[in-house]
Design a protein around this ligand. Structure first.
Ligand SMILES: Cc1cc2nc3c(=O)[nH]c(=O)nc-3n(C[C@H](O)[C@H](O)[C@H](O)COP(=O)(O)OP(=O)(O)OC[C@H]3O[C@@H](n4cnc5c(N)ncnc54)[C@H](O)[C@@H]3O)c2cc1C
Ligand code: FES
Length: 275
């Protein structure tokens, strides 16, 4: 396992554009790394700084795939790097998703925007172990082109590995695309109307911006899902991701260390966690 505080060297092995601001990066670590879905690593660019990011696929040996949005100083510097550039890598950190909560249960994944990134890794792990019952993904984004990984998700749906419901906030451009899968105009939570859930047999995992959490988590509880089986990854409140800056401390808890994945039962005790 990589040392927790000392960055190890890694190389930017490949980059693929996803949208104007999002790219799929493949990093090759000098050391093998073992990260479970929902955990995160800290990527550093020499002379610039670092940021936390979650792998968006299963971590295989030394390879880490991440879907990264150009947000500010360090991510912009990453977008400037050429393939072959050296970076630093630390981790994995955090708790990750508890896969045992999905065994013999229906699994409902609800993603908003870039929130699909850690859920894509979880999806890969669930499809690999196949210990779940039905697998459902509700995925919403602002526009059609911002539905990251849409083609591969539609492929999984066509192969009956996944029940996939898509939504966009804005129908601009939707009428011009020949879509091979239905896509509703509206909030991603409105897709819940299309489901009949066996709530006592379902585990839900939500990932996206804080506004999504404020609407979706209690809505799922109101539908009858037990709060201890509704999970969210609270990465949005973090800065350093490694217990140094105290920015994430909420209700006396270091979200970056005890989390980022928490149940709704726990989140209800963390005052301000969804602000
Ligand atoms: C556990 C974890 C997993 C993450 N996974 C991903 C991922 O898979 N893909 C990805 O693109 N990003 C991910 N992030 C967010 C990523 O760490 C931030 O976008 C990054 O720190 C921005 O750094 P910067 O120096 O480029 O921007 P800065 O210059 O630091 O900030 C630019 C803007 O982004 C805001 N910002 C800073 N940090 C965050 C944050 N954590 N969340 C939201 N806004 C922020 C700032 O307030 C500012 O408005 C994750 C964060 C955490 C804590
Ligand atoms: S994000 Fe810095 S201490 Fe948790």
């Amino acid at each position: 396992m990589l040392d927790q505080l000392q960055p190890h060297s890694a190389v930017l092995q490949a980059v693929a554009p996803l949208t104007a601001d999002d790219r799929l990066f493949l990093f090759l670590s000098a050391e093998p790394i073992s990260a479970t879905p929902g955990q995160f690593v800290e990527i550093s660019i020499p002379g610039v700084g670092g940021f936390p990011v979650s792998p968006c696929d299963l971590v295989k040996g030394k390879q880490i795939y991440s879907c990264i949005r150009k947000a500010g100083r360090v991510t912009s510097a990453l977008f400037e790097l050429e393939v072959g550039a050296s970076i630093g890598l630390r981790g994995p950190f955090g708790n990750g998703f508890d896969l045992s909560q999905c065994v013999n249960r229906d699994v409902l994944l609800l993603a908003g925007g870039l929130g699909i990134a850690p859920l894509r890794a979880l999806l890969a792990a669930l499809l690999k172990t196949e210990q779940h019952r039905q697998l459902i993904l509700l995925f919403g984004a602002k526009t059609f082109s911002a539905l990251l990984f849409r083609d591969e998700l539609v492929k999984l749906a066509k192969a009956h590995k996944l029940k996939l419901l898509l939504s966009v906030d804005d129908d601009e451009g939707l009428s011009h695309v020949t879509t091979d899968h239905p896509c509703r105009v509206g909030l991603v939570t409105s897709l819940l109307d299309e489901l009949t859930l066996q709530c006592k047999m379902t585990t839900a995992v939500v990932s996206g911006p804080p506004a999504l959490y404020r609407g979706a988590l209690e809505q799922l509880a109101t539908l009858g899902l037990p709060p201890e089986r509704i999970f969210a990854t609270l990465e949005r409140r973090m800065r350093c991701g490694i217990g140094e800056c105290c920015h994430c401390v909420t209700g006396g808890v270091y979200l970056c260390q005890e989390g980022p994945v928490f149940s709704l039962e726990k989140i209800r005790t963390l005052e301000g966690a969804l602000e």
